[in-house]
Ligand binder design. Structure first.
Ligand code: R5P
Length: 298
């Protein structure tokens, strides 16, 4: 059976269809002091389905939950606990998007390693974890249970139209592997990356690069679009250099604080992300990537 956090209901439904598993319904209560509680709705609709009733006997559940907010983190911990209470023996926690993962080390004295703190808490209530393209794959080592990292980059080639002499650009050297993954899945084109320096949370400086983009279609590939500052900066630079069309793609379309509008105003043709974060730009599902991992023999 599959239970989901509120931010991952559509992905959970796609996975349930792919894997032929029952979907568990849940109920949320918000208390006057701001606390939240999420319950498995044992009585509701399909929860009385024999598949779900027998799930405890089968002993296996998948929990799919993007931790896009502090409440979403709390829900993961509570749902893990509720599944155990319901008699489930083996829980696989799937974090299609792991929030706080970018703070994967203490950059200044006194800072926490937030990714490690979250991983430790989540690891306690589960038997294994699957992550989709965390900012750094090494965050998998923070979990005290087996954790696998899945790569959904090839899925981003699917919504792209026919492109003319495409170049797949990563905004920095760290994302070049993703750009290469999309290019390979697309079938033609070249890859390159910009040099990026982050000045603050929203301010970044993008250094020019040598590739002549004049008249060529460009696909920007990043793991995450948060404020949109990084991608908007590269779009502007590419426009100055007379690139033809510029498409923005990312695994996690967080698109915080009006980022979508910022990118449209910067001149992006379209923005394609996956459903690791469910947004209007979630043009493609990572369900097949996750299903493949769950089906493949260990
Ligand atoms: C950083 O290294 C990541 O790959 C992204 O480029 C970054 O997190 C995007 O953030 P924003 O959209 O706020 O510029």
């Amino acid at each position: 059976m599959i239970a989901s956090g509120r931010a991952s209901q559509s992905l959970a439904a796609a996975l349930a269809a792919d894997l032929d598993e029952a979907l568990v319904e849940t109920n949320r209560t918000r208390f006057p002091d701001g606390e939240v509680r999420v319950d498995l709705d044992i009585e509701a609709g399909s929860n009385s389905d024999p598949d779900i009733v027998s799930a405890g006997e089968k002993g296996r559940a998948l929990l799919v939950a993007a931790t896009t907010s502090p409440d979403a983190f709390v829900e993961v911990l509570q749902l893990q606990d509720a599944l155990r209470e319901a008699g489930v023996g083996e829980i696989t926690t799937i974090l299609p998007y792991m929030g706080y993962a970018r703070q994967d080390r203490a950059f200044e004295p006194g800072q926490p390693v937030s990714a490690r703190a979250m991983a430790r808490a989540i690891g306690i209530g589960t038997d294994r974890v699957l992550l989709v393209n965390p900012h750094e794959g090494s965050v998998a080592d923070f979990f005290d249970v087996p954790c696998r990292v899945l790569d959904a980059a090839p899925r981003l080639a699917e919504p792209l139209p026919d492109l003319s002499e495409p170049v797949f650009f990563a905004p920095d050297a760290g994302a070049i592997g993703l750009a290469e993954g999309v290019r390979e899945a697309y079938g033609v084109g070249t890859t390159d990356y910009f040099e990026k320096t982050r000045r603050s949370g929203e301010e970044i400086e993008i250094s020019p690069h040598e590739t002549d983009v004049k008249g060529r279609d460009v696909v920007l590939v990043d793991d995450i679009v948060a404020t949109g500052g990084t991608m908007a900066g590269t779009v502007a630079l590419l426009r100055q250099r007379d690139a033809a069309r510029v498409y923005g793609t990312c695994i996690h379309p967080v698109l915080a604080n009006g980022a979508y509008t910022r990118l449209v105003n910067a001149g992006v043709e379209a923005i394609y992300g996956t459903d690791t974060v469910e947004r209007p730009a979630s043009a493609v599902s990572v369900a097949p990537t996750i299903s493949k991992e769950l089906w493949s023999p260990k």
